[in-house]
Ligand binder design. Structure first.
Ligand code: FE
Ligand code: FE
Length: 203
């Protein structure tokens, strides 16, 4: 879809429900991600509607308590890995994809996967998956982090490069905090640094 209206009945209802479900800070972040994702989709010539929709829904499960997150995962057969056991907040991505389908009637697998992988990333991501991962990090309401201006600039030209910069920051932040790292985050970092190296050796 090339054009759409954010005042479509469905999108309007979705925004209203999210404004009630999320706390104020999270809702403001959500709108920031939806518009940043749409802008990235413009820059990279991909579907604007999918970017907006995935952006809107990416954190839909964020404001659910840890206890309820665990319960819902059990209900939906989501098995927790080590990092998720230690930090149930990570579950909002997988759970968000399930809820986007069940509660918000999203059937598009591309959108659901963009929600599912927005915290860890994964090797060989689609354009839409990268767009949501990156938009989540660079949206304008994010507090200033080292290197953020460069990442913002890079994202509109080369998303793979932006992925590496974000993953580097994320991994060193987690290391500093002595927090557990989801294996998938590490694998994603290795995948993108390796493909960057292959790229370099070819050129
Ligand atoms: Fe999130
Ligand atoms: Fe987010």
């Amino acid at each position: 879809m090339c054009t759409f209206s954010t005042e479509d009945d469905y999108l309007k209802l979705l925004s209203k429900q999210l404004s009630e479900e999320l706390d104020k800070k999270r809702y403001i972040h959500t709108i920031g991600v939806a518009y940043t994702a749409t802008s990235l989709a413009m820059a990279h010539g991909t579907d604007l509607y999918k970017a907006y929709l995935a952006g809107l829904l990416h954190d839909n499960a964020k404001c659910i308590s840890s206890e309820k997150k665990r319960k819902l995962c059990k209900k939906h057969g989501i098995v927790l890995n080590e990092a998720e056991e230690k930090n149930p907040d990570l579950l909002h991505a997988k759970l968000g994809a399930v809820r986007a389908k069940e509660k918000y009637q999203v059937t598009d697998e591309a959108v659901l996967n963009a929600i599912k992988y927005h915290t860890t990333g994964k090797p060989a991501m689609t354009e839409l998956e990268k767009i949501i991962y990156i938009a989540d990090y660079i949206e304008p309401n994010r507090k200033m982090l080292p290197g953020l201006s460069e990442i913002r600039r890079t994202a509109f030209g080369d998303m793979d490069k932006a992925m590496i910069l974000i993953l580097q920051n994320t991994l060193s932040y987690l290391k500093e905090k002595d927090a557990s790292v989801d294996l998938l985050t590490q694998e994603t970092y290795e995948y993108y640094t390796q493909s960057e190296n292959i790229h370099k050796s070819k050129s």
